[in-house]
Design a protein around this ligand. Structure first.
Ligand SMILES: [Cu+2]
Length: 554
């Protein structure tokens, strides 16, 4: 599978060696150019600031902008594919609507993101065109010319030296989800840089071996940027993980699962963002490929899975009913391996699974799929082309070769430094509420403790190093994957709704799924850095509408 990208972008697996100066940490928008600061009448962080709001929805105008800027022409010329690429971009510039039943598409070979190391790495985000399988060239937002964005591999204790170059039509800032960098490198939306700007990230990776990821944190644009293709995995390794001899190489499969809405041609569209339940699609995507398939050997595989969807929850299972072995989640390896038949994975959550094909026969076929489910107390908008909980076949797996694989399945995995609720000195409560709001441009309000996000307001002040109990409540009909920056937490209990803590919620988490009528209690402690961080819903449309607060660790 090939990607076509404008000249000057770094090629897959060949990170560029370029950087500029220290990271900008001042309030307001970083980045070059005379328009880098908001006008006084529209301060940064306000809903009137054109930069904070991203200015406008990116639709056909932006692709026309892209063409006018020479991007598509140069891109097409460089690849010798002028007509098809321009046709794809021009086609995308035509109004298109998502349809519930797009044309049938083949299952296409899955691709793996190019791997890079964060050593003076340049990540350049720009509009481009990607091959999404089935012969479809789709416009998107690409990092270094690829969808998914490059996979960053790093070890605990190593420096993370990355420069982001923003050539999108929107402001952009990247957040390293699950890592715990200092405030200046955490991707707070107030650091978003305008088109043509750069941002330098410099910190040391202090996190355990695990599956982390990165995505846009531009306020009002998180959902659209993710949907159009900005997002990649970060795999952290350490000595504890090495000792387990887990499947690696061709048997380690990093997998970003997402859903998309398609138009009648099979091209993904992001239109009229559904700010009630979030943007839910009908079509399964794996690593940027529509209906991905892969061949396996009769061996043990490690799947490192991210739910990169805007709003869709996956209830994962093997279609043949066999169990899988859960070895890790958001905060890295668990203490012990757990056998699971099915597991809920909400947006932004990760699961690390050992999947055993050793008792399969060559020619066998199965699916990694999301089974049908209902959310008690959940509401749907009624106007969606797709519904939360509808079943989806996510990855077609074909057993192609017989081999002898003696790989052991470890039972004892790691020492997990859980915050102990017995040490708690304080409690806080966070109510996640959603209401109709006719005064809002989105007609919906999604709030935490009654507040919509204000970039300039500090909502919580939390002492560094002290253990606290935080309670999340949800009295509305939407699921909210609750995400905390700068640390991980220990899920203690869930009452109401599903009324249990699941195996995939053991260990350290940075995102926990809060269904309607559920109350989830967690033990939390900030031990990485002091500074201004975020607590928010990771239903990306909810987050964009304002379900986010500032947390000052001091
Ligand atoms: Cu939400």
């Amino acid at each position: 599978m090939t990607f076509i990208s404008p000249p000057g972008q770094s090629q897959p697996r060949r990170p560029e060696q370029e950087s500029t100066g220290p990271a900008r940490t001042e309030l307001g928008h970083a980045g070059p150019g005379p328009a880098a600061e908001c006008e006084p009448a529209a301060p940064c962080g306000s809903s009137r600031c054109p930069d904070c709001t991203g200015g406008h929805p990116v639709t056909r105008r932006d692709f026309l902008w892209m063409a006018a800027a020479g991007g598509t022409t140069a891109l097409a010329g460089a690849a010798g594919l002028l007509s098809p690429v321009l046709a794809a971009v021009e086609a995308s510039a035509q109004p298109s609507r998502a349809v519930r039943f797009p044309p049938p598409a083949p299952w296409s070979p899955i691709q793996l993101a190019p791997e890079v190391r964060p050593n003076d790495l340049l990540l350049r985000a720009a509009p481009g065109v990607a091959d999404i399988g089935g012969g479809i060239q789709a416009p998107g937002f690409l990092v270094n010319g690829t969808i998914p964005s490059p996979l960053i591999r790093v070890r605990k204790g190593e420096p993370f030296q990355v420069t982001m170059q923003n050539d999108l039509p929107d402001p952009l800032i990247l957040h390293w989800h699950g890592l715990t960098p200092p405030e200046s490198a955490d991707g707070h939306p107030r650091f978003a840089v305008r088109r043509g700007g750069r941002f330098d990230y410099r910190f040391t990776v202090e996190n355990r071996a695990g599956t982390y990821w990165y995505h846009s944190h531009t306020h009002y644009k998180v959902a659209e940027h993710a949907y159009r293709g900005i997002g990649g995995l970060i795999l952290v390794g350490d000595d504890e993980e090495d000792a387990l001899s887990l499947p690696s190489g061709d048997r380690e499969i990093p997998l970003i699962l997402q859903d998309r809405r398609l138009d009648r041609r099979g091209v993904p569209v992001y239109e009229h963002p559904d700010t009630m339940e979030g943007h839910i699609g009908t079509a399964p995507f794996g690593n940027g490929v529509h209906q991905p398939r892969m061949e396996v050997e009769t061996a043990l595989y490690r799947f490192r899975i991210l739910n990169g969807s805007n709003a869709r929850i996956f209830r994962l299972e093997r279609s043949d009913g066999r169990p899988m072995v859960l070895i890790g989640n958001d905060g890295g390896l668990l203490d012990e391996a757990r056998s699971v038949d099915v597991l809920d994975v909400g947006p932004a959550e990760r699961v690390d699974l050992l999947v055993d094909f050793r008792d399969q026969q060559v020619g066998d076929e199965l699916f990694l799929r999301s089974q049908a489910f209902e959310i008690p107390g959940g509401v749907t908008t009624g106007r969606s082309v797709a519904k939360q909980g509808e079943p989806l076949d996510l990855l077609r797996i074909q057993v192609a070769r017989k081999v002898d694989d003696p790989a052991p399945i470890p039972t004892r995995l790691s020492d997990v430094p859980l915050p102990d609720p017995a040490d708690a000195v304080r409690e806080r409560r966070f109510d996640f509420t959603s209401d109709r709001d006719w005064s809002s441009r989105t007609m919906m309000s999604h709030r935490i403790n009654g507040e919509e996000f204000d970039m300039a307001r500090i909502d919580e002040r939390v002492p560094f190093g002290e253990t606290e109990i935080w309670t999340f409540t949800n009295d509305n009909g939407f699921a909210h994957p609750v995400h905390l920056h700068a640390t991980h937490f220990h899920v203690l209990s869930r009452t109401g709704g599903r009324d249990q803590v699941f195996p995939a919620e053991a260990g350290l988490k940075d995102t926990v799924l809060l269904h309607p009528n559920e109350t989830v209690r967690v033990a939390v402690r900030f031990t990485a850095h002091r500074g201004l961080f975020l607590l928010h819903c990771h239903n990306m449309e909810h987050e964009d509408v304002g379900m986010m607060i500032n947390v000052m660790v001091e």
